[in-house]
Design a protein around this ligand. Sequence first.
Ligand code: IPD
Ligand code: CA
Ligand code: CA
Length: 266
Amino acid sequence: MNKNWGAIDRYAKSLIKEAGHRIRVSFYTEIDVETKSSASDLVTNIDREIEQFFITRIRKDFPDHRVMGEEGFGDTIESLEGVVWFLDPIDGTMNFVHQRRNFAISLGIYVDGIGMFGYIYDVMRDDFYHAAKGEGAYFNDERLPRLENTSVNEAMIGINASWVAPNPRIHHEPVIELVRSCRGTRSYGSAALELAYVSSGRIDAYMSLRLSPWDVAGGIIIAGEVGAIATTMENEPLSLLGQETFIVAKPQLHEEIIENYIQLKG
Ligand code: IPD
Ligand code: CA
Ligand code: CA
């Protein structure tokens, strides 16, 4: 990594820590909660303020970089050329609103579509997951070991209960079969934290039938550094340009889940 990249890495880490502090302080103020596309799609003034905080700083200090942010204060990204920062200022807004914990800041920095730095900050636990391409992944200051394989029947799988009910996005029958055959399921309500948990071996896979680039861009860099595989449920590479189905898992487990899914959906 050249010197400039090291400086960008340090810059991003300090920005995230400062944003985390701002979020914790926000609990002493009144938080306005609004719904977006549905009653379960929440946004608050804090999501917006934190995104603006990042974007103002990044635009000032790196004017030629572009930012894709969930709340729309960034750039319209139609190609991954150049340096692109993918930001979710609060991933797990429902948890932020209802629980005041179990949410994260998620950030990924890409150069010409290649993930260079990934960060997930569990704000209330002050747990920081981060990785630089080719240099391993870390949980706080501890290097995360490469993942060992697990078969479906011994696996804990991160999955939201909505995906086992009939839904317009995917074939739910193969998902029911997966839920029946695995050791257990968990649902944490933050895609970024679920990616962090796969990376640190607390769960073995995480899947979702609809995620956006800012939900996963940081996490897949961290997961990739410990050997996890992330693709769509059709086993295609992620485009990071729009909403997609998503799975991240230990390599053999990824293969087993995808094969069963594709075979059972017919
Ligand atoms: C959501 C969370 C949730 C996932 C949703 C995401 P948000 O992000 O990651 O776990 O199931 O699909 O949209 O809206 O809280 O940033
Ligand atoms: Ca999100
Ligand atoms: Ca969000």
